[in-house]
Design a protein around this ligand. Sequence first.
Ligand SMILES: Cc1cc2nc3c(=O)[nH]c(=O)nc-3n(C[C@H](O)[C@H](O)[C@H](O)COP(=O)(O)OP(=O)(O)OC[C@H]3O[C@@H](n4cnc5c(N)ncnc54)[C@H](O)[C@@H]3O)c2cc1C
Length: 469
Amino acid sequence: MTTAVVVGSGPNGLAAALTLAAAGVQVRVIEAADTLGGGARSSELTLPGLIHDECSGIHPMTPDSAFAQRFDLAGAGLTWRWAPAEFAHPLDGGRGAVAVRSVAETAAGLGAGGRGWQRTFGPLTERFDTISEEFLQPVLHVPRHPLHLARFGAYAALPATLLAHRFRTPEAEALFTGVAAHAFRPLDTLLSSAMGVALTTAAHAVGWPVAEGGTAAIRDAIVRRAAEHGVRFETGRRVTSLDELGGPDLVMLDTSPAAAARIAGARMPRHVRRAYLRYRHGPGAFKVDFAVEGGVPWAHEGSRGAGTVHLGGSAAETAAAEKDVAAGRMPQRPFVLVGQQYLADKTRSAGDVHPLYAYAHVPAGFTGDATEAITARIEQFAPGFRDRIRATHVRSTTELSRYNENYVAGDIVTGANDPRQLVFRPRPALDPYATGVPGVYLCSAATPPGAGAHGMCGYNAARRALTHL
Ligand SMILES: Cc1cc2nc3c(=O)[nH]c(=O)nc-3n(C[C@H](O)[C@H](O)[C@H](O)COP(=O)(O)OP(=O)(O)OC[C@H]3O[C@@H](n4cnc5c(N)ncnc54)[C@H](O)[C@@H]3O)c2cc1C
């Protein structure tokens, strides 16, 4: 019988394990941490009864992904929940903008910016299923829907600061720029719209759902399916070399490229090793989870019902903060992403005390404390917020990489989304999952289609491995 070892149990490691096991391979998963799940874990970080997402919180690309559909994760107990609005971007003075599921309704709320919003996202939303099928694969493939992909690509290729002008009002420009900032990139560079266009279109097509009971429910559903196929799990064991694995037919590495190079050692061809060691990581994140009594008193009404709230100020301020972070400078007022998952999923709160999720974009390896900067950013748009805080839990860039070594220097998206790595990650190669060592594949978010708790990197890598077998 064919055997496989999967190193790492993030959503991609688990997806690879399940995909291989479903094809009849005998699979063992080895995880360094004491709990499975990598970026898909949740726990009571602040107060008893409050469920916080430790890493991934919102999942626009997961419910309809080829992986989730093929293995019927919904049938394995995974329930999706949506907040009344998908995302919002408050500005000073109680102004701001909000995106809801309907493109038309969103556009209607954007005043003079609505026309550009409708014309950009209306056609993309109608074709989201075919477009997402294309971008959830490696870039080098024969597209089944070239025209749809070309339309997406025409917007995605633009600098976000340029595409934002299409939306004409300060509120609408800021709304788009806040989503584009998910790329952790300077927003005036080529292809910096890609993330913003993909995530905004997803918001209108499927929404930005959260998993009921916490993101760990995604892990639990995959683990349940994997166990049905006989996958075995071992936690608390960090793999340092292929030699420890007992010579399985396949090894799937849910690790950073540099860790893969270390684990494969001298067996890895030198050119691959060099490429993996040169793989670029992005800036860091500094995360603070709050227990908040009565929720956040946002001055901008639309932010009160939004699952995600982007705090960056105007489009220009957001772009300036992202530029600073990319250059290694900590901005005085960083871009902060706030997750209000509890608005979608009531099971996460304890009475009127709610778990609030927030992280700031900071320079890679930032050694300072951004807790006050994050708190002040929220207070700026929600006066009175400080008085409602009942507890906090903080994770710096160093603590994030200790929690999960794939977050190199606090890089939560497993690699810089610069133009080269957006197109060719982890290195230019016909098969991005192949490591050059026979039977050994990289399957983490350092491979296409990149970051997110969607499992598609692991699913794609396992299918490649099965084809080669
Ligand atoms: C704060 C934060 C917010 C995020 N928000 C979102 C979001 O809202 N939506 C979204 O889709 N994504 C989000 N992400 C990103 C998402 O969590 C990751 O892209 C995703 O988890 C990547 O999955 P993965 O399987 O590639 O790796 P990971 O989830 O990082 O898992 C890798 C696993 O491998 C293990 N491992 C590594 N090396 C070894 C070794 N040598 N031996 C044994 N085990 C090893 C690690 O311990 C870890 O468990 C966020 C991440 C963070 C940290």
